[in-house]
Ligand binder design. Sequence first.
Ligand SMILES: [Zn+2]
Ligand SMILES: [Zn+2]
Length: 148
Amino acid sequence: MISNLTSQEFVCSHCGKKVTYQRAIGTHYRNHCPDCLWSQHEDLAVSGDRKSTCHGQMEPIGLTFKKEGKDRYGRERQGELMIIHQCLKCGKISINRLAGDDNEEAILQVLENSKNLTSEQKHLLETQNIKILQEQDKEEILVQLYGK
Ligand SMILES: [Zn+2]
Ligand SMILES: [Zn+2]
């Protein structure tokens, strides 16, 4: 019998924390550090394919909501809170789900830091149709993080 649960470990290349995680095959990888939220560029086409040869450090540069489309009144549906990473080496942008044990304060710090994005980064996000969250979205962010 093949177990579909494997325990994996990686050392965060940004803060040095040793991260242990379990994953079920076919579901999401834990691809970022729960403490500093930095990630590493391992995926080429889809999340978890591990085919990239870049291996650059990926900085958490902002937050966004997952696009859920419009409801029947034509309003945008409120999607899940996601984190935007950018590779320091090649500049690739990727959007990732948060995990339950991610540090909430670090997530809010990402929101703070995203105010200082360069116009180049903002342009890159725009061309990929990624809407970066701002101060006015903070209430919804807190609801998603703390459930209040
Ligand atoms: Zn880390
Ligand atoms: Zn890269």
